[in-house]
Design a protein around this ligand. Structure first.
Ligand code: NAG
Ligand code: NAG
Ligand code: NAG
Ligand code: NAG
Ligand code: NAG
Length: 403
């Protein structure tokens, strides 16, 4: 894959806002100023990939049909809308339907029967239902030989549905009750590029084995909001984006990313990292690194391609820029443009050498630093809590969780 193609892919995966954020500041010449004001942190939830309407073959030979419970727009006859209808079962899906939107219903069980003719399905949205693994037939999806995208988030699944078709490219399983990925669950899904498993009950033991490395096309994997204590041990080399926020990960093994040399975005915020190996992030394509809300205090090597670095809500007393950037190569400048370092224990501004080392820097979000008293609170018996301080702490947009 060429560099440009990879870039495009990344833009699609991560969403344009990652790339465009903060550039507004360029015009206002505040290059060397600190950002003091609280701002909404540029958090980037993985966006749904925009799909152009599928108008299909204009000379279709079969008559257009629609399940009586649902709506099939004249202008978009290959889509059937059955969402928000309190349905308890999936209606029979006519042969021509390629896009089935049946999210926000009360469906607990799935049988293969309504899907018997629906072999043209490309996309199914079954999110926000009450699907239970024990009530999902083994072969519901097996015969859907063109299925590309399957939304199953916000259900009550305890397992990944078996027998998913090999064509599947994007699988969304967030907000379920999945606690393990059996080795065969995802076997043979060689086309999967996006796998979302956030907000389930996965443990280290639950994802061990060769489960994930068999996904040869996997580019984006989200395992945020689970119960991991260590980094997933078995990722395929194709991975570009790894999201592990809100777990209990305590360390990153040295050389961990040798398996995923193309990684562009890594999010491990809201975990229990205390230190990371000095050179562990030396990856040639890494552009976004989010380590906010951990317990880090030692600086590490900043790779050349990195553009956005989040170190907020950690335990840094200082940032040793000579360690972050041991040498300056004018022919290959560091690309860092944004660094967020608020809510640490920093004593003074960033070393001025940083601006030589990171010539593209636009925003240093220094913000407020943790008060020394917070340390005392841990050793001294609890005192009366000043409600005002509590308010101050929770100010400042969606990223207000403090440890
Ligand atoms: C499948 O198509 C056949 C022939 O058109 C029809 O008789 C049958 O009811 C359909 N089954 C479902 C589940 O839609
Ligand atoms: C499918 O469901 C997801 C999650 O509820 C939602 O974000 C997405 O917009 C839905 N897609 C369509 C095309 O309705
Ligand atoms: C992690 O948890 C925090 C606090 O509960 C929440 O604000 C944030 O959205 C979560 N992040 C992800 C990616 O789930
Ligand atoms: C980072 O990796 C590159 C390429 O693999 C290597 O040339 C360079 O010496 C490494 N830098 C450090 C500080 O290890
Ligand atoms: C940064 O780290 C280097 C190497 O450990 C050390 O020699 C230097 O004194 C440190 N600089 C500061 C400002 O702490």
């Amino acid at each position: 894959m060429g560099l440009w193609n990879r870039w495009l892919l990344f833009v699609l995966l991560v969403g344009l806002n990652v790339v465009c954020q903060d550039y507004d500041n360029e015009a206002t010449n505040e290059i060397f100023e600190y950002e003091i004001e609280e701002e909404t942190p540029p958090q980037v939830p993985p966006p749904p990939i925009p799909q152009p309407p599928d108008y299909g073959d204009p000379y279709m030979l079969y008559p257009l049909q629609c399940a009586p419970e649902c709506f099939c727009p004249m202008s978009y006859p290959l889509a059937m809308y059955c969402d928000h209808r309190k349905l308890k079962v999936v209606p029979n899906i006519p042969r021509q339907i390629r896009h089935l939107y049946i999210q926000f219903n009360d469906i607990e069980a799935l049988t293969a029967a309504p899907f018997a003719n629906a072999t043209s399905l490309r996309e199914i949205n079954l999110s926000h239902n009450s699907l239970k693994s024990s009530l999902v037939d083994r072969n519901v999806f097996a015969k859907l030989k063109d299925l590309l995208q399957l939304h199953l988030e916000y259900n009550e699944l305890e397992e990944v549905p078996p027998s998913l078709p090999k064509t599947l490219q994007r699988l969304f399983l967030g907000f379920n009750k999945i606690s393990k990925l059996p080795a065969d669950a995802l076997q043979g899904l060689a086309s999967i590029t996006v796998l979302d498993l956030c907000n389930n009950r996965l443990t280290d033991a639950g994802i061990k084995g060769k489960t994930l490395s068999s996904l040869k096309s996997l580019m984006q994997i989200n395992i945020c909001g689970n119960k991991l204590r260590s980094m997933p041990s078995d990722l395929p080399p194709s991975v570009l984006q790894l999201s592990l926020e809100n777990n209990s990960i305590a360390s990153i093994p040295d050389g961990y990313f040798k398996k995923t040399p193309q990684l562009m975005s890594l999010r491990v915020s809201h975990n229990k990292l205390r230190t990371v190996p000095y050179k562990v992030f030396n990856l040639s394509s890494l552009m976004e690194l989010n380590l906010g809300h951990n317990q880090l205090s030692k600086t590490f090597y900043i790779p050349t391609a990195l553009e956005h670095l989040y170190l907020n809500h950690n335990e840094f007393l200082d940032l040793n820029v000579s360690l972050m950037c041991p040498s300056v190569d004018i022919t290959k400048p560091n690309l860092l443009t944004y660094i967020r370092i608020d809510n640490n224990r920093l004593k003074g501004p960033l070393d001025f050498y940083a601006y030589t080392c990171f010539p593209r820097i636009r925003v240093v979000f220094y913000g407020e630093q943790k008060k020394a008293e917070v340390i005392e609170k841990k050793t001294i018996p609890p005192r009366r809590i000043n409600p005002r301080r509590k308010l101050d702490k929770t100010r400042g947009g969606g990223d207000s969780k403090s440890d």
